[in-house]
Write a protein that binds this ligand. Structure first.
Ligand code: SAH
Ligand code: MG
Length: 215
């Protein structure tokens, strides 16, 4: 927890409940221990969508499709979401969930490794949600920046890793060191890249909000 439990509980107590099938999918995902976005993070993303009103959204890390379905509620019917997932059982569940939520025409699932898909994709996206394996964000970044439209928004989830990111690498357990140094490198790059302006926010598990400069 990077935010005090009582503050998070307070924010949750003020939150709107999802309705119908979206809430059903959320509960199933939690029961199956799928690492879906947190309530306070989803509400913040909702407001970002309403500010930005994107037409083309790219998500890296579908899991069972919860966040894609959640986001689809706050974009125009003409907007499209493309989302990438590599793990077969989750792909199958996500496909079912898109049909259950009647979002199969608005959401396109790309099956396979994000690194390969990102290298192949072209065109531009005005909203990208990075929510896959944290140790790979830094490798995805060059393609993500290429795919981001001018003034496009990049949201990266889970960037503060329960606060461990603050610790010196010498106190981080050996098995977590690679991910620790890669996430530090990722945040440093987001903050110093000439094409981006970034704000790191202690919300949920830590999010970074980046905007691509129109240059
Ligand atoms: N965005 C989802 C949660 C995603 S969890 C939600 O909030 O509902 C992260 C997912 O990224 C996992 O399902 C994992 O299998 C997937 N993933 C991790 N690395 C990946 C990669 N290199 N390519 C594609 N998917 C990946
Ligand atoms: Mg996440």
């Amino acid at each position: 927890m990077i935010v005090e439990e009582r503050i998070t509980s307070f924010i949750h107590s003020m939150s709107e409940e999802n309705e119908g099938i979206v809430e059903e999918i959320r509960r199933e995902a939690l029961a199956d221990e799928v690492p879906i976005i947190r309530l306070e993070t989803q509400e913040w993303i909702k407001t970002m969508l309403l500010v930005k009103q994107p037409m083309r959204i790219l998500e890296v890390g579908t899991a069972v499709g919860y966040s894609a379905i959640y986001m689809s509620q706050y974009i125009s019917p003409e907007s499209r979401i493309t989302t990438i997932e590599k793990w077969k059982p989750r792909i199958e569940q996500a496909k079912k969930n898109f049909v259950r939520a009647n979002k199969q025409d608005q959401i396109t699932l790309l099956e396979g490794d994000a690194a390969e898909w990102l290298a192949k994709l072209d065109g531009s996206y005005d909203f990208i949600f990075m929510d896959a394996a944290k140790g790979q964000y830094i490798h995805f970044l060059p393609d993500v920046i290429r795919l981001l439209a001018p003034n496009g928004v990049l949201i990266s989830d889970n960037v503060l890793q329960d606060g461990e990111i603050l610790d010196s690498k010498f106190v981080v357990e050996r098995r977590n060191r690679t991910i620790h140094s890669r996430m530090r490198e990722y945040l440093y790059t987001l903050k110093h890249h000439e094409a981006l302006e970034t704000s790191i926010i202690p919300l949920g598990d830590g999010v970074a909000l980046s905007v691509k400069r129109d240059c």
